[in-house]
Design a protein around this ligand. Structure first.
Ligand SMILES: Nc1ncnc2c1ncn2[C@@H]1O[C@H](COP(=O)(O)OP(=O)(O)OP(=O)(O)O)[C@@H](O)[C@H]1O
Ligand SMILES: [Mg+2]
Length: 273
């Protein structure tokens, strides 16, 4: 394949900023961070979109209670155009909307990457201030294609505080710092940083170690955007398709609000520089 062709960008007309949420290791909280960051941005009055690029385990439909929903598809000039599903003020597209859950699909790398490319290309997005992309774990064809084909404003790296997760996070970060791709790392989110029992709000239990997020941020000369504690309601809300911002536990909500503020600041500083 010619280099020009490989790096030709998809024109995302009307979309101002695209930010990917990545990690090396699975299960560290990418989808949780992507979904709640999108909710927090939308609550700030920003036009927000969320793309679930996790073709092997899409979790956004469940997190937003949209398992049975199918996006509207219209034919325009002989081409099918998808319309995102709206929930909590966010325009959402997930590969999960198009998969039959009973059927297990085996996607080969290039096929998966092409399907993800279509999610961006064939959707009628309209005006969007922030588009958040939930990546699958690791650095496969899906991530590479997205990074090559889109003009990204930045990447957020999610890690848990332990050393094992950090090693994988380093691999994911290297993809963005690669000289051919060069995507700014907006910062690191440390998830599951500590646990605080409801009855002892002053106590912090560091179940998965301490300091990993800051260490990674220093290594990549970026900042630690926020630390998100382990909060039962965050997991429960995700499973039930509820909005965690409507729950009583404010600790997690405050963390996601802080994250949104930091992301907006990081993007605006870059734009003005
Ligand atoms: N801060 C948190 N407090 C409580 N539960 C959490 C928190 N963050 C994530 N979880 C839970 O941990 C599990 C993994 O999170 P999530 O699905 O967001 O990770 P992921 O990195 O997207 O995983 P995958 O690599 O499989 O895509 C989920 O059940 C989620 O609800
Ligand atoms: Mg996920």
């Amino acid at each position: 394949m010619e280099k020009n062709n490989l790096f030709e960008k998809i024109p995302m007309t009307g979309v101002k900023n695209i930010i990917v949420v990545a990690s090396g290791k699975g299960g560290v909280g990418k989808s949780t961070v992507a979904a709640n960051l999108a909710i927090a941005l939308a609550r700030n009055g920003l036009k927000t979109a969320l793309v679930d690029a996790d073709i092997f385990g899409p979790s956004i439909p469940v997190m937003f209670g949209l398992e049975e929903v199918r996006p509207r598809v219209e034919s325009s000039n002989g081409k099918d155009v998808m319309f995102p599903v709206e929930k909590f003020g966010i325009k959402i597209i997930s590969i999960g909307f198009f998969l039959d859950r009973k059927q297990s699909l085996i996607w080969r790398g290039p096929m998966a990457a092409n399907a993800v490319k279509q999610l961006f290309e064939d959707t009628q997005w309209g005006e969007v201030d922030y588009m958040i992309v939930d990546f699958p774990p690791g650095t496969s064809d899906i991530q590479l294609t997205t990074v090559q084909k889109l003009n990204l404003s930045g990447a957020i790296i999610v890690t848990t505080p332990q050393e094992i997760a950090l090693n994988d996070a380093r691999k994911a970060s290297s993809m963005f710092t690669n000289p051919d791709l060069r995507v700014p790392i907006l910062g690191v989110v440390e998830n599951m940083s500590w646990f605080t029992p409801a009855k002892h709000p002053e106590e912090h239990y560091y179940l998965f170690g301490r300091g990993g997020g800051m260490k990674l941020a220093n290594e990549y000369e970026t900042r630690l955007l926020c630390q998100i504690p382990l909060v039962m309601e965050v997991g429960e809300a995700a499973e039930a398709g509820r909005n965690v911002f409507q729950q009583t536990d404010k600790v997690a909500v405050e963390a996601f609000e802080k994250l949104a503020g930091q992301v907006i600041e990081a993007i605006e500083t870059r734009i003005s520089n």
